[in-house]
Design a binder for this molecule. Structure first.
Ligand SMILES: Nc1ncnc2c1ncn2[C@@H]1O[C@H](COP(=O)(O)OP(=O)(O)OP(=O)(O)O)[C@@H](O)[C@H]1O
Ligand SMILES: [Mg+2]
Length: 395
């Protein structure tokens, strides 16, 4: 009966959890995109889609529950008949004086105790199934657990070299590499720009440098240590990263910049000054304790840059940090990057903006995941070297 139960309830349980997952995911996405939904009147469509998914989940749940209820009642009836038969047979034996009353009682108790775990197993089968399915999904999402194991040994502050040695990468589930045989080094005090057309692999390359992915072939090392296997807590102290999608979170500007820690206020202000956003934060209603919802696109990007600068990391990786910046903010960022470069930081930035590309020591041009060209830009005209800096240079 346990086997029949498994056969009949496995499919509905799986269907129900898939529908629930899809419905929660869509509602989560919708909550994050309230502005778009309201502006373009998409609420009705979103609600309709949620109702369909929710109805499918309830239907699958009901189907599984009904089948399980039938099997459970049959099992219960079967157990009662077995107990009755044992008791009846035992009574007959007692009457014929082939057994005594104690034996009858003991057999009846043993039988009840032996059958009850099986019945409980049937009752809990659905939960076992759901748990097994969830474990499978987690394993599929995280991939090979061995990949997640990281070295726990803290490393000294890296300061000399980030090396990419013949790095190729095929994203999970993809069939073709998005990064192909990339090799270059970035040393202390170097500012490198990565350029290339859309989908040429700039973001993926930066993600490989952060150790987010393990290269399919080749190595990404920081001072000789593999960035992927580096303990995340320790690696984070040495790296400042701005993703292309910015991804700000935190209850206030302060917690966001200080990477969700209590944060050293001086370090937070220093990072904000470096990103050229300190004077803007100062004018918010609650200063550094203001929430993020009143910030403009450019200001959000500058807060993301400040988060990357927080804690004075040795390696700075910025993915299109200038996509929302006006000319003045861009000049401030370039000045800061040069200032950091002079102090020995390793800086790698992806960008399409000419001003940024001209300021770098080297520009690596990607084409379809491979290096097409490495150029050394001509130094910018003298006027460009003295941009207006709204913040005093940090000490
Ligand atoms: N997780 C992933 N799974 C499968 N393919 C991916 C994944 N991430 C990126 N890709 C693919 O890798 C290629 C490179 O993407 P990437 O985001 O690195 O490009 P990009 O140069 O940063 O583009 P853009 O200038 O638009 O930001 C694209 O074809 C993209 O579809
Ligand atoms: Mg990109």
């Amino acid at each position: 009966m346990a086997a029949a139960n498994d056969l009949l309830t496995r499919a509905p349980a799986r269907q129900s959890s898939e529908c629930a997952e899809a419905a929660y995911r869509e509602i989560g996405d919708a909550l994050r995109c309230g502005e778009v939904i309201d502006a373009m009147g998409m609420l009705g469509n979103v609600a309709r889609r949620w109702r369909v998914q929710n109805a499918a989940m309830i239907a699958a749940n009901m189907r599984g529950a009904q089948r399980q209820a039938i099997i459970l009642s049959t099992a219960r009836g079967f157990r009662l008949s077995v107990q009755l038969a044992v008791f009846g047979g035992g009574t007959l034996l007692v009457l014929e004086q082939a057994a005594n009353f104690g034996t009858l009682l003991a057999s009846s108790i043993i039988l009840a105790r032996a059958l009850s775990p099986l019945e409980q197993l049937l009752d809990r089968w659905r939960h076992w199934n759901a748990a097994a399915h969830a474990i499978q999904r987690i394993a599929a999402t995280l991939g090979d657990p061995a990949r997640l194991q990281r070295s726990l040994m803290p490393q000294p502050r890296p300061c000399t070299r980030l090396s990419l040695d013949n790095v190729s990468f095929v994203p999970p589930g993809a069939s073709r590499p998005t990064v192909k045989g990339v090799s270059f080094d970035v040393g202390s005090g170097e500012f490198v720009c990565i350029a290339g057309a859309a989908a040429s692999g700039k973001t993926t390359l930066l993600q490989l440098m952060t150790g987010l992915w393990q290269p399919t072939a080749g190595f990404v090392t920081l001072d000789g240590h593999d960035t992927h296997s580096w303990s995340r807590d320790d690696f984070g102290h040495h790296v400042g990263y701005l993703p292309q999608s910015i991804q700000l979170f935190g209850e206030s500007v302060r917690t966001t910049i200080s990477r969700m820690s209590e944060g050293d206020p001086y370090a937070t202000v220093k990072a904000a000054k470096l990103a050229g956003i300190h004077h803007v934060i100062g004018r918010l209603p609650n200063g550094y304790d203001s929430t993020l919802d009143k910030l403009t696109g450019g200001q959000r990007q500058q807060i993301g840059i400040a988060r990357a600068f927080y804690g004075d990391p040795a390696l700075i990786l910025l993915d299109e940090p200038d996509s929302n910046l006006d000319g003045r903010a861009l000049n401030t960022l370039i000045t800061t990057l040069k200032w950091l470069k002079e102090r020995g930081r390793m800086i790698i930035v992806t960008s399409h903006r000419q001003e940024m590309l001209r300021s770098a020591d080297r520009v690596i041009l990607l084409d379809n995941g491979a290096i097409a060209k490495i150029a050394v830009p001509a130094p910018p005209p003298a006027a460009d070297l003295a941009p207006p800096l709204p913040e005093p240079a940090p000490s």
